[in-house]
Design a protein around this ligand. Structure first.
Ligand code: 3BY
Ligand code: FES
Ligand code: FE
Length: 414
C-alpha cells in the first residue's frame, strides 16, 4: 500500500529540495509557515540594522520599528548613548510609542502614564500601593550597538558574534562622518513582496538597465560593479580606484563575511561622476566626514537580512527593510548630509532625493510584479545568471544555509 502525503512540506523540506542556482520554491516566497520560520530563525536571531544614529540626534530622540511580532523603540539617553527596548509597557502591556520617530524627555505610556527614563528605568507609576517596587518594572532591553553611526539591534537572548562586522563597518564608515550628519529626508514605503524578493532585487543590477533610467546615469550596471571576487580581484577600473583610495588611507577594498552575510566595497561612479543625482554632480556643497574627493564613488555596504547602503562623498543613503507579512515588506530610506548643510542654501532637497526616490519606486514595481508572478501555481523556480546575479546566489545560499542549519538543529532536538 502506498501512503499519500497530503501534508504541505515543511520549510526545512522546501529548503532541502531547492535547486542551487535557482530561485526558491513558491511557498518560501508566500507561505505563512515559511514567513513564521523566517521570523523565528532569522529576524529574531540576527543583528538587524535599525537606523542611522543621526535619526536620534539629541537626548530624548527616538525611533521605533516593528520586527515581526516585536515592537521595538530606540532612544538616545542623557549620557548620549543609544539604547533599544521592547516598546511594551510593563504595566498592562500597552505599546509605549506608536510614532515612527520623535522626541520626549521621558517615555510616558499613553494608557495610565507609567513614566520611564530614557535608560528604561521606571520612574513613576501612580497609586500602585504599598510594596510596589518600581525597580522590578523597567523596560525590557534589546541588544543595541552603534557602529560609527549605523545602529544595529538584536532580539536574541544571546546575539551572534558581531566583532568582525563591527571592526569593518567602523573602519569603512568612519570617514563618512555619520556622527556629524543630519537626516535630510526619510521615506517609508511598503512593497507588496516577500522580504527575500526585496533583498534579491537589490543584490543584482541585471534589472537596472530596464528599470532605473535615473540611477543608470551615474551607476554602471556592469555586473563587475556589483560582483567582486576579493580585495585584489575586480575590474581594472575598480582596482585603480582602490589604489587611489589606499594612497589617501580611505578604506575601500572589497571585504566580506565568509558566508557573504555582509560585504563592503567602494566603487567609482560612471565617468568619475560625483553623486547619485540627475546631473551627476554633488547634491550637497559640504562633503561628509573626511572623504577627500568629490569623485570618491560609493561605499556600498549590505547586511543580510535587513540593509543596503550607499556612502557618497556628499551624502549617504541608508536602507532598512522589515518584513510585514509573507507578501509585504517595509522599506525605510534615510538621506544623510553634513549636519551644517542648510537646505535651500547648501543643497536642494529635490535634487538630493530624486534619483533614489525614483529608484525605490521602480524597485517596488518590479518586486510587486515578481511577487504577483510567483503567486501563480504555474511559477517554477528559474536559473540565476551566474555573472549578473552572483549577489542573489550569495543571498539565497546564505538564507538556505542558515535555515537548514537552524531548522535541522530544531528537528534533531525534538
Ligand atoms: O542598490 C544597490 O545597492 C545596488 C547597487 C545599485 C543598484 N543596486 C543593484
Ligand atoms: Fe502602560 Fe498602563 S499599560 S501605564
Ligand atoms: Fe533596482
Amino acid at each position: 500500500m502506498t501512503t499519500t502525503f497530503v501534508q504541505t512540506p515543511s520549510t526545512a523540506d522546501l529548503v532541502a529540495a531547492r535547486r542551487p542556482g535557482h530561485s526558491l520554491p513558491r511557498d518560501l516566497y508566500c507561505g505563512q509557515q515559511a514567513f513564521k520560520d523566517d521570523l523565528e530563525q532569522i529576524w529574531y536571531r540576527e543583528w538587524l540594522f535599525a537606523g542611522p544614529s543621526a535619526a536620534m540626534p539629541k537626548t530624548g530622540s527616538y525611533i521605533t520599528m516593528q520586527v515581526g511580532e516585536y515592537p521595538v523603540i530606540l532612544t538616545r539617553g542623557s549620557d548620549g548613548r543609544i539604547r533599544a527596548f521592547h516598546n511594551v509597557c510593563r504595566h498592562r502591556g500597552q505599546r509605549l510609542c506608536a510614532k515612527a520617530s520623535g522626541t520626549g524627555a521621558k517615555l510616558v505610556c499613553p494608557y495610565h502614564q507609567w513614566t520611564y527614563d530614557l535608560d528604561g528605568k521606571l520612574l513613576y507609576a501612580r497609586d500602585m500601593g504599598e510594596g510596589f517596587d518600581p525597580s522590578k518594572y523597567g523596560l525590557k532591553s534589546v541588544h543595541c550597538i552603534d557602529l560609527a553611526g549605523m545602529v544595529f539591534i538584536c532580539l536574541a537572548k544571546v546575539p551572534p558574534a558581531i566583532n568582525e562586522l563591527a571592526a569593518n563597518v567602523t573602519r569603512y564608515v568612519l570617514p563618512s562622518g555619520l556622527a556629524d550628519a543630519k537626516v535630510a529626508h526619510v521615506s517609508r514605503i511598503v512593497e507588496k513582496g516577500n522580504w527575500k524578493l526585496v533583498m534579491e532585487n537589490n543584490r543584482e543590477c541585471y534589472h537596472c538597465g530596464g528599470s532605473h533610467p535615473s540611477l543608470c546615469r551615474t551607476y554602471s550596471d556592469d555586473p563587475l560593479m556589483t560582483v567582486m571576487e576579493g580585495p585584489n580581484a575586480a575590474s581594472p577600473e575598480i582596482l585603480d580606484h582602490w589604489a587611489r583610495c589606499d594612497a589617501a588611507n580611505l578604506p575601500s577594498r572589497f571585504v566580506n563575511a565568509p558566508d557573504m552575510q555582509w560585504r563592503m566595497a567602494r566603487v567609482p561612479l560612471m565617468d568619475n561622476q560625483e553623486s547619485f543625482t540627475m546631473s551627476g554632480k554633488a547634491a550637497v556643497r559640504q562633503r561628509m566626514g573626511t572623504i577627500p574627493w568629490n569623485d570618491a564613488g560609493s561605499l556600498m555596504f549590505y547586511h543580510f537580512p535587513s540593509s543596503w547602503n550607499h556612502f557618497l562623498p556628499d551624502h549617504a543613503i541608508v536602507f532598512r527593510i522589515l518584513p510585514i507579512s509573507p507578501t509585504e515588506t517595509e522599506v525605510t530610506t534615510h538621506w544623510l548630509v553634513h549636519k551644517d548643510a542648510v537646505e535651500g542654501q547648501d543643497y536642494d532637497l529635490q535634487k538630493l532625493i530624486e534619483v533614489w526616490m525614483n529608484t525605490n519606486d521602480e524597485d517596488r514595481q518590479v518586486v510587486e510584479e515578481n511577487q504577483a508572478g510567483i503567486l501563480s501555481p504555474a511559477y517554477e523556480p528559474g536559473p540565476y545568471s551566474p555573472t549578473q546575479e552572483a549577489g542573489v546566489i550569495h543571498l539565497i545560499d546564505w538564507y538556505c544555509g542558515v535555515m537548514s542549519a537552524r531548522l535541522g538543529a530544531l528537528q534533531a532536538a525534538e
